[in-house]
Write a protein that binds this ligand. Structure first.
Ligand SMILES: NC(=O)c1ccc[n+]([C@@H]2O[C@H](COP(=O)([O-])OP(=O)(O)OC[C@H]3O[C@@H](n4cnc5c(N)ncnc54)[C@H](O)[C@@H]3O)[C@@H](O)[C@H]2O)c1
Ligand SMILES: O=C(O)C(=O)C[C@@H](O)[C@H](O)[C@H](O)COP(=O)(O)O
Ligand SMILES: [Zn+2]
Length: 365
């Protein structure tokens, strides 16, 4: 069954998130937007190209004037300005103009990179998101945060640029390996923890069917996560306040991701970051130690690592203090008032960060 959510800005509908069981509805959605007369550049990575590029290019060639493709090597290490530069060159060589359309076919790396190129090429061209990982379907394709890493600084260069459409083919989840699926679950659990306690409970109750990738349960999960993210980004599209809640688990998580040279998947770093932030929340008496253990166990139930080895607390704190999470000299942290309610806190001390980090560095699976 088709599921559809609309994202608004200042009360005006700006794009739809469409969830389908295949790619067949993509052509009609592009036509409906009046984008089909354009040249389209399909951007993807080497893994996704082998799986889905031909099918998607064939579908789009039936409704778009010309379909160009740009394939870059898969992996976070290619989410950088070198790849963006190659993409700009490709667009220029192919006389891509301001009325043309870009499409990100792939996970969050493709979405962030293609979105950033679309935001900046010729001062901005339209783009659509066709997310194929769980992480990109539940989180990164929605909300228009685009960008790339710079000299090992995570997402250091970027822009807010809203897609014209998010088209999610839920069947692509079938080809994801287990680790990538569990990485996506890190962001899904984050959504429950920051905004919806019932959803968090539902995830625990439906664990077996989620892990079996039961199509109807996955559809319900992607839909609910999209609702949560949609509601946040509608309220605060450019992260002036509320949107920062989506950064729960990211303050320490991004530092771990960077110090591990991006060898740990983003959603797994978010998972350990959520456990550390929960521990800090418990030290302040906001949630109970039992709830921290429950969050940790839930991560484990979904094969998300809850312990990090090979790092020292001091270097993670230093990396955090050097990150863009700093705001006027203070670190912007997200804590839990309770499960399902998060808030931004600017008073987290180095001692508290150390305690949170010790919990994820000492406890073993
Ligand atoms: N913009 C945002 O709001 C936002 C939100 C969350 C994360 N992110 C970013 O997203 C990135 C992580 O995204 P990701 O986890 O999707 O990683 P990814 O894009 O690297 O994809 C993970 C791997 O899965 C492969 N893959 C993609 N789809 C597949 C499929 N259907 N079947 C088999 N393999 C497939 C990819 O080739 C890659 O090797 C990070 O860079 C993170 O910073 C951005
Ligand atoms: O959409 C957002 O806003 C988020 O923070 C979602 C995060 O899951 C995502 O990883 C985002 O890219 C982090 O943004 P950053 O500004 O902290 O780099
Ligand atoms: Zn994230």
């Amino acid at each position: 069954m088709t599921q559809r959510l609309t994202v608004h800005r200042d009360g005006e509908a700006i794009y739809d998130i469409v969830m389908e069981p295949d790619f067949n509805g993509l052509g009609p959605e592009v036509e409906k937007l009046g984008l089909s007369e354009r040249k389209i550049c399909l951007v993807t990575d080497s893994n996704v190209a082998a799986l889905y590029l031909d099918e998607v290019a064939t579908i789009l060639s039936k409704c778009c004037k010309t379909v160009l493709t740009f394939v870059f090597p898969a992996g976070e290490e290619h989410k950088n300005l070198d790849t963006v530069r190659s993409l700009y060159e490709h667009l220029i060589l192919n006389h891509f103009d301001r009325k043309d359309l870009m499409a990100a076919l792939g996970g969050g790396v493709v979405g962030d990179l293609c979105g950033f190129a679309a935001a900046t090429y010729l001062r901005g061209v339209d783009f659509i998101q066709i997310p194929t990982t769980l992480l990109s379907q539940v989180d990164s394709s929605v909300g228009g945060k685009t960008g790339v890493d710079f000299d090992a600084y995570k997402n250091m260069v970027g822009a807010f640029h809203m897609p014209r459409l998010v088209y999610t083919n839920l069947a692509t989840l079938k080809t994801l390996d287990g680790e990538q699926f569990s990485s996506g679950m890190g962001e899904v659990i984050k959504h429950g923890l920051i905004k919806n306690r019932e959803y968090y409970g539902w995830l625990k109750e439906n664990r077996d069917r989620i892990l079996a990738r039961d199509p109807s349960v996955c559809e319900e999960m992607v839909l609910e996560s999209n609702r949560i993210k949609r509601d946040v980004v509608e309220q605060d599209p450019t992260e002036q306040g509320e949107r920062a809640l989506l950064n729960f688990g990211h303050t320490l998580g991004h530092a771990v991701e960077k110090l591990k040279d991006f060898s740990m998947f983003h959603g797994h770093c978010v998972g350990v970051g959520c456990v550390a932030a929960a521990k800090i929340s418990a030290r302040r008496g906001l949630i109970s130690e039992e709830e921290v253990r429950d969050i940790r166990d839930t991560m484990l139930q979904f094969s998300i690592p809850v312990a990090v080895d090979g790092l020292e607390t001091g270097e993670v704190i230093r990396a955090t203090l050097n990150d863009k999470k700093m705001d006027a000299g203070v670190v912007k942290f997200v804590l839990l008032n309770e499960i399902g309610k998060a808030y931004v806190d600017r008073t987290v001390t180095e001692a508290e960060m150390k305690a949170g980090l010790e919990y994820i560095m000492e406890t073993k699976e």
